[in-house]
Every structure is written in C-alpha cells, then in structure tokens.
Design a protein around this ligand. Structure first.
Ligand code: GUN
Ligand code: ZN
Length: 433
C-alpha cells in the first residue's frame, strides 16, 4: 500500500484536557472526517470536505458505520499475569501470594513460556485496540527482554521494566539490590529508545523492597532522566498497614517513595485509592500521574478510586487494565467500570473524560504525549476503527445516535473487544478482525 493514505469516516479525538476546558471543547468530532497519514505520521485530521485529498496522490479508504479513534494507552498492566486473570481469591496480599507470585516464578523458570506469554500479550493488546502500554515485567531480566522483543516486532510504542524486589516475597522472586541495579542498567542501555520503546524503573511496591533498594531506584532515575518510574501506591488497607509497620519513620505511604527520590514528573503510581488529601496535593505538586484501574480495584475489593478529587487537585490520570488483577484487556470495558466506580461516589464519569483517560491522559502519564494520544499533525498514526455494527445489539442501540458523547458511551457499555475492527500502528495495519 502507498505510504500516503486518507482514512475517510467518522473520526473523534481529544484535543485538550476536559478538566481544563470542559467536555465539549475537549473533543473534536468529524461525522465525515479525513485522517491523512503519510510515512506513519498524521498529516491532518479534519472534515473530509475541507481536506478533499486528490485520489491520484492518496490511497483512500472509506469506512461506514464506524468510528476512528486514537489507539488506547494502557497506563498499568502486568504482562506476566496474563494467564492468571480471574484467579479466585480474597484481597490484594492474599491474591499476590496465591496467584501472582507463582505465575511470575513460572515466567522466571521458563524462558520459552515467557516469550510465548509476551507475544500473546502484545497480540491481545492490539486485538483490544491498545497501541501503547506501561508494562510490569517480573524480577527476571529475560521477562523484560521478552515483552520488549514482542513489542518491537509490532513497532509498538511501549514502556516496560523488570521488577525490583529484595524482600517479603518468595526467594525465587527476590534478588540482591546490586543485581537488580546492574540488570536494570543493562536493560535501559539495551532498550531505551530502541524502535518506539522506553524503559521504566519498576520497584514492585514499598513492602517488597528494602528502603535501600527504593533509594537505589531513585539513584537510577537520577542517572537516566528520560526513563519512567512505575510502581503501586495505596491500593489496599492491608498493604497500607504493612507499609506503616515496615517504614515506621514515614508519616504516610507516599513519604516512603518521596524519601527514596521516586516522586517526580515521570512517576506513574497505580491505584492510589486510599490517599489522604495531603498525599494528593503532594502528588499534584510533583507532577506525577496516577493509573486508575477500576476492573482490578473492584475484582480485588480494593476500594473506589476518587477520580474527581485527583483531577480537581490537578493530578494527571490515565486508565489501566492492571491485568491480571484486572479482568479485561479492553479499555472500553475499563471505561465502563470507571463510570460505575464514579456512580457509586455520585460522580459518574463523562464519556469525553473517559476517552481522555484512555488516550491523551495515558499518553501524558507515559510522557509520550508529544508523539501519540490524539491526531495532532506530526504525531505518530496509532489509531483504531470501531465497528458500530459489531453486534446486533450495538447496531440497534447506536442506529440513531448522532451525539459523539452518547456514541462513545454506548461503545463503552456494549462494545468491548468485539467492537475493535482494525488496529493501525504507525500508519500500518496491525490487526483486522
Ligand atoms: N501491588 C504489588 N504488586 C501488585 C500486583 O501484581 N498487582 C496489583 N494489583 N497490585 C500489586
Ligand atoms: Zn498492578
């Protein structure tokens, strides 16, 4: 196919932060739109009639009864936990020991299994319309190699890291601090900025690292200022109690990370359900982001994330599936659960805000908003085509819907993975249902 392609059909994308400009102004919607893509980048996105590309120069693809959106950005996911989705259990700490640690040990013991899981994981992201993600590996360096290799083969913009752990976990998943440090450096040097990949320093969470290891992670961030910090924060009551016992000198959970030098603009904290107002203010001041993972929070009974409070104090938020405590790879499903979490707090999530979280908000959390997240000219052309006729019920429900907010909401309620008809990565077709 020509490297100059005009995609014609209904198109929507988030152009600004809805928390700043309101829902209506934050979204651009073209009922008969044109997304011009050349050499993997967006040249323009506008009404078809305003662009009206010359069909001698541009290969034109027409689509009907569909909606083109930017590819989804999953701000928090564990590739190694793909095969334990739906592991029956109690709360976070019980589930970690019963399901997460054993599968991570299997990834460690079997490199072929790790590579196979990583390949399936990347394919499943793409089948769900997710074109970028911030990914936890396991403590083993080959886990990070496996997910980077699989993403490189698809030319995905993906950020990942090997986990750092040196206490309070099975022996096979702990390693000396110096080993974790050395392996992290060699992975950064191997993968950072290779293809469209990036590295995240990934201490699992405060309980599984000594304070020395957390500080050492802070040193790594200082030495490599363009990598991210990716960890969990304030997810579950038992976890918070354990952190208070393990780090008695800190007034709250966030202070453990602050003292270690882990809280800055490039930090992404998953969950953040039980934060105090003061912790929220400090996260906002630092410019760090939160990954909101509603399917996981409901599955583990962790609690209800207060999105409004986080956004009102100026924190950037993205959406995370948190596979395998999360129950769906689909960020459409995840938007629906985020809406329900809002409903239970009398703050139902608006569909435009939901699309922000799943695209531009996620891109900002991952510090790749200059490259992806919407269809601004010059950005990389990662996009998806949703089929409004994917199921009989979706077709019937959307038949007379003309408002973009209502259409987006119907897709999050009824669409799921089956609505994803096509996924395009850097201007090339990566999946067609
Ligand atoms: N906190 C520490 N590790 C994990 C994990 O693997 N999943 C979730 N949901 N929370 C965590
Ligand atoms: Zn997680």
């Amino acid at each position: 196919m020509s490297n100059k392609t005009a995609h014609r059909g209904p198109i929507a994308h988030i152009t600004e932060d809805p928390a700043l400009v309101g829902h209506e102004k934050a979204i651009s919607y073209f009922e008969d739109g044109c997304l011009l893509v050349e050499n993997g980048r967006v040249i323009a996105c506008d009404d078809w009639q305003r662009i009206n590309p010359d069909n001698a120069e541009w290969a034109i693809i027409n689509r009907e009864n569909s909606l083109i959106l930017p590819g989804f950005v999953d701000s928090h996911i564990h590739f190694a936990q793909t095969d334990i989705i739906g592991g029956y259990g109690r709360d976070l700490l019980h589930w970690l020991h019963k399901h997460a640690f054993p599968i991570e040990q299997k990834i460690g013991a079997d490199q072929t299994y790790a590579a196979d899981t990583a390949k399936f994981f990347v394919d499943e992201l793409i089948r769900n319309g997710t074109t970028s993600a911030l990914v936890f590996g396991t403590v083993h360096a080959h886990s990070a190699d496996a997910v980077f290799q699989a993403a490189l083969a698809k030319n995905m913009r993906l950020i990942a890291g090997k986990v750092l752990m040196n206490q309070n976990a099975p022996e096979e998943l702990c390693e000396p601090m110096a080993t974790g440090h050395a392996k992290t450096i060699s992975l950064i040097e191997k993968w950072q900025n290779r293809g469209r990949l990036g590295y995240a320093v990934t201490p699992r969470f405060a309980p599984t690292s000594s304070f020395e290891q957390l500080k050492d992670a802070g040193t790594l961030l200082h030495e490599y200022p363009d990598v991210l910090l990716h960890t969990h924060l304030s997810e579950n009551a038992g976890e918070i109690k354990l952190v208070a016992e393990l780090f008695p000198g800190c007034k709250d959970y966030l202070e453990v990370y602050e003292r270690a030098g882990l809280v800055g603009e490039r930090s992404v904290f998953a969950h953040c359900i039980h934060l105090s107002d003061d912790e929220r203010k400090r996260i906002a001041r630092a410019g760090a982001s939160i990954a909101f993972c509603p399917t996981s929070n409901l599955f583990l009974g962790s609690g209800l994330f207060d999105l409004s409070k986080a956004r009102n104090c100026g924190i950037n938020v993205g959406l995370g599936s948190d596979i395998g405590a999360g129950t769906s790879f689909s960020l459409l499903d995840t938007q629906l659960e985020a809406y329900k979490v809002g409903q239970l707090q009398e703050t139902p999530l608006h569909p435009v805000e939901a699309l922000y979280l799943a695209t531009l908000g996620g891109a900002r959390a991952l510090h790749i908003e200059q490259k992806i997240g919407n269809f601004e000219s010059g950005k990389e052309a990662d996009f998806i085509v949703l089929d409004l006729g994917a199921t009989e019920l979706l077709a019937r429900r959307t038949h007379n819907v003309t408002q973009i907010a209502e259409l987006l909401f119907c897709l999050s309620v009824l669409g799921s993975k089956q609505a994803v008809a096509e996924t395009w990565i850097a201007g090339k077709s990566a999946y067609k249902k």
